[in-house]
Ligand binder design. Structure first.
Ligand code: N1C
Length: 249
């Protein structure tokens, strides 16, 4: 009995010691069936633990991609740049598209900040470098690595939602432009269909010059299209399941 009590108390304190960050990671991960979440955590953690938080290379996450590979979902993959809220407002309600945040790794780390420290085994969530503070920070390298892996498996007809509310909807410094589009392969992808999300007082649309760069960057053999769509239409389609996915815009 004494041993059982000691074991229970030890177990409880150990559980309390588990950081809130790791708990969030594991509980989000457990929603994906048939996943060894502890194994995924271990592969994740090794990328940044005990490292200077400005010296985490994109490649540090290679073992994580091996531990939790992306499955291609042809014709349903959705990319985006500066339209996260509209895209997820839509994908939450309708099962038309899969974004990176619907995948195991994307959903588990969406919205989180983390870093390690030299000489420590811990994961920290405060005092970590900001997105642009230093290039090789754990969060930025993570999104670059997993965005590349997601783009690598893209296939069939691919959709991308870009923002008409900014001057340069296809911005060369974005992850979409610098990591994803450049990896789209004509052998796998038939078409890239851009949806320009137009809000009130839009600043740009499908005629924007930056989209010329997009077409030039695209592998020859991938068909390009662009459609200007009011944000209200995307919201309407999210709210009305009777509208077929293919008839949304
Ligand atoms: O730099 P972006 O847009 O062009 O990146 C978006 C692009 C999407 O197609 C996704 O596949 O890259 C992928 N991606 C995410 O899925 C993602 N989720 C959360 C890239 N970044 C992601 N984040 C966070 O959004 C990330 O931490 C960073 O701060 C932003 C980048 O989004 P953006 O500039 O609007």
């Amino acid at each position: 009995i004494v041993i059982v009590i000691i074991a229970v108390v030890l177990g409880l304190t150990l559980r309390q010691n588990k950081s809130e960050f790791k708990s969030t990671f594991l509980s989000r991960c457990e929603k994906f069936n048939q996943t060894d979440c502890q194994k995924v955590w271990d592969a994740f953690e090794q990328a940044y633990v005990n490292k200077d938080p400005c010296k985490v290379a994109v490649e540090a996450y290679d073992p994580l991609i091996v531990a939790a590979p992306f499955k291609p979902q042809c014709n349903r993959m959705m990319f985006w740049s500066k339209t996260k809220d509209v895209v997820h407002g839509f994908t939450e309600k309708r099962d038309c598209f899969v974004t990176l945040e619907d995948t195991l790794l994307g959903s588990v780390l969406d919205g989180l900040t983390w870093c390690g420290k030299e000489g420590s085994k811990g994961t920290f969530t405060t005092g970590c470098p900001g997105w642009s503070e230093c290039e090789n920070n754990p969060v930025r390298s993570f999104w670059r690595r997993i965005s590349a892996a997601f783009a690598d498996v893209a296939c069939g007809d691919v959709t991308a939602m870009l923002s008409g509310s900014i001057d340069t909807p296809f911005n060369p410094t974005s992850i979409f432009a610098s990591i994803e589009v450049v990896r789209f392969q004509a052998s796998r992808i038939k078409s890239l269909n851009v949806v320009m999300v137009l809000q009130q007082n839009a600043k740009s649309n499908c005629t924007d010059p930056s989209l010329k760069n997009l077409r030039q960057t695209l592998d020859t053999g991938i068909t390009y299209s662009c459609k200007d769509v009011p944000e209200s239409r995307i919201q309407e389609c999210g709210a009305k399941p009777e509208i077929a996915c293919g008839a949304c815009w």
